[in-house]
Every structure is written in C-alpha cells, then in structure tokens.
Design a protein around this ligand. Structure first.
Ligand code: HEC
Length: 216
C-alpha cells in the first residue's frame, strides 16, 4: 500500500501540491479578482489643481487623522435586483454617504488614502458636506475659528499675509476675514497650495457617479 510514511516521493509531492493550491486560493485568485474590479472603472481625469491638491493631502499626512472609507454593515446586506447592496454602518451614517465604500472606488488611485485612524471625520464625501471654499480656508488657517475645540493642527504655512507680487497674484485667493480667525495683518491670501488642497477636498463627492457607472 502507498503510504506517506514510507513513500518519500509522496511525502514531497503532497505538501508541494498543497502549497500550490494555497498560493492559488490565497494570493493569485484574489489578485485576479482585484484586477477585474479595477478594469470595471474608467480612470477619472482630474484637473491639474485637484491632482496637485491630492499630492499635498499625501505629503501633509492628512491621512494620519482622516479616513476616506465608509464601512458597510454586512449583517444588513441585501440582494436588490441581482445586486448585492451593503448599507452604511450606523456609526458611519454621519459622513453623508448612502453606500459603503467599494474596492472600485480606489481603482487608479496611487496611493489610495483609505486611512486607518479617525481622529477627525471621514473625508470621502466632504465636498458634499462642506462645499464652501472660504470655510476650508478658515478651517485650515485656524481650525478653532469655525470648529470650536477642534484638535486639528492649524496649517498657516499654506497662507500668506504679504501682498502677492503682481505677476503671480492671479494664483492667490483672498481669504475673507471672520471673527476669531486671528490674522496678524489686514489681509490674508491663500497660496496656490492652499487653493489646490481645498479644490481636492471639494472634489471628494463622486460617490454617486461611481455607483451609476457600476450599475451600467
Ligand atoms: C492631528 C490630527 C489631524 C490632522 C493631521 C488633520 N486633521 Fe483635519 N480634522 C481633525 C479633527 C479632530 C477634525 C474635527 C474638528 C474640526 O472640524 O476641526 C478635523 C476636521 C477636518 C475637516 C472638516 C471635516 C468635517 O466633516 O467637519 C476637514 C475638511 C479636514 N479636517 C481636512 C484636513 C486636511 C486637508 C488635513 C491635512 C492638511 C488635515 N485635516 C489634517 C484632525 C486632523
């Protein structure tokens, strides 16, 4: 009788086969599925300003305090017209999204800013919740001016109180003064970096477009 205890060839072949099967199931198959997910979604062409803002979001490490992923409540998942719908987890409902994040949402994002820690709110639909450019300037310059007791660090280096030179002035945007902003000069300008970052934040609201495209 062939026994794994006496047949060395079998002793080698069985674990080798098991190894190949496990690699297939645990690594190759998920990778194939992932690539299919990416292929379903076309790359959205961003304006150069949004692209620049996205890079700044990465380099300023906003991702250490903010997620861009809405969790779904798998227990409430339901089949609607052949499509599996996962509702938003109750704890994430305050972030103004109607569906949980899906893998497709991060396709073509290099790197994806999913985040792991929520010291501040999720920003995946912040453009929907807070579409006002000036609000973002005030908030970045002095978070407490619009959000009392905010723990977010101020990003004053994105602003200048010096009148921008005439040849570049068009790239600067004046920030309206509000009470409690604490500007040490009569006027404040958002630098091109601040503009780009805010443009990116406001662009974060594409959830439904993505869903429509997937539904086709
Ligand atoms: C140390 C943690 C921390 C970092 C780093 C941080 N934030 Fe925040 N952020 C917070 C907290 C806490 C809040 C909630 C209080 C508030 O509104 O200021 C917040 C709120 C916000 C809001 C308002 C969201 C809402 O729904 O009210 C925006 C927009 C935002 N942050 C953008 C950014 C950007 C852009 C960066 C990077 C330049 C950044 N944050 C870096 C902690 C942080």
């Amino acid at each position: 009788m062939i026994s794994i205890h006496t047949n060395h060839r079998l002793l080698f072949l069985l674990p080798a086969l098991l190894y190949v099967v496990l690699v297939g199931v645990c690594a190759v198959w998920p990778a194939v599925l992932e690539q299919q997910a990416e292929a379903k979604v076309e790359k959205t062409v961003e304006t150069p300003l949004v692209e620049r803002g996205r890079k700044l979001y990465g380099s300023l490490n906003c991702v250490t305090c903010h997620t861009q992923q809405i969790r779904g409540d798998e227990r409430m998942a339901a089949e609607v017209d052949g499509e599996r719908i996962v509702p938003v987890l109750a704890a994430d409902a305050r972030f103004d999204r109607e569906v949980a994040s899906r893998a497709e949402e991060y396709a073509h994002q290099e790197p994806p800013f999913m985040g792991t820690q929520r010291t501040g709110p999720d920003l995946s639909a912040v453009g929907k919740r807070l579409p006002d450019v000036q609000w973002h300037y005030w908030h970045l310059y002095n978070p407490q001016s619009v959000s009392p007791d905010s723990l977010m660090p101020p990003h004053r280096f994105l602003f200048t109180t010096e009148e921008p030179a005439e040849d570049v002035a068009v790239d600067y945007e004046e920030v309206l003064n509000i009470e409690g902003l604490g500007v040490p000069a009569p006027r404040l300008w958002a630098t091109p970096d601040a503009r780009a970052l805010v443009e990116y934040l406001i662009s974060l609201k594409r959830e439904f477009v993505e869903q429509e495209r997937l539904a086709r």
